[in-house]
Design a protein around this ligand. Structure first.
Ligand SMILES: [Zn+2]
Length: 121
């Protein structure tokens, strides 16, 4: 249930950024969700209408989510592997000692703007 609070933060950031740039309508926002954050994209889709309610700038806005793979580098044999798929264990040597290389971040990657959403006055 942490999804709703991080989603709200991303929506607020997108709204603020859009307003700072004179944008009145957002076509889409893209969130990058790391596999290792534990956030489930299905909840972002579920809560998006809730957190954007009463925000006209988000009327008709699409939510795009891209997943960032949870990659790790084995500290014993230097193999690279996917942490989720291998359950945190190096598939080559069986070691659990690793350096996480990605998949830990949640970020607002992109804000898409409707051409007619620009206020050029
Ligand atoms: Zn290894």
């Amino acid at each position: 249930m942490h999804e709703i609070s991080v989603l709200k933060q991303a929506v607020d950031l997108a709204e603020q950024t859009a307003m700072d740039n004179g944008v009145t309508r957002i076509a889409y926002i893209t969130l990058e969700v790391g596999e290792l954050t534990g956030y489930l994209p299905v909840f972002f889709h579920k809560y998006f209408p809730v957190v954007t309610e009463n925000k006209p700038i988000f009327e008709g806005t699409e939510l795009h989510i891209i997943s960032d793979a949870g990659e790790a580098l084995c500290k014993d044999c230097e193999a690279m592997y996917n942490v989720m798929r291998c359950e945190g264990v190096c598939p080559v040597c069986g070691s659990r000692r690793k350096e996480i290389l990605g998949g830990q971040d949640f970020l607002l990657k992109e804000i898409g703007i409707c051409p007619e959403g620009m206020n050029n006055e």
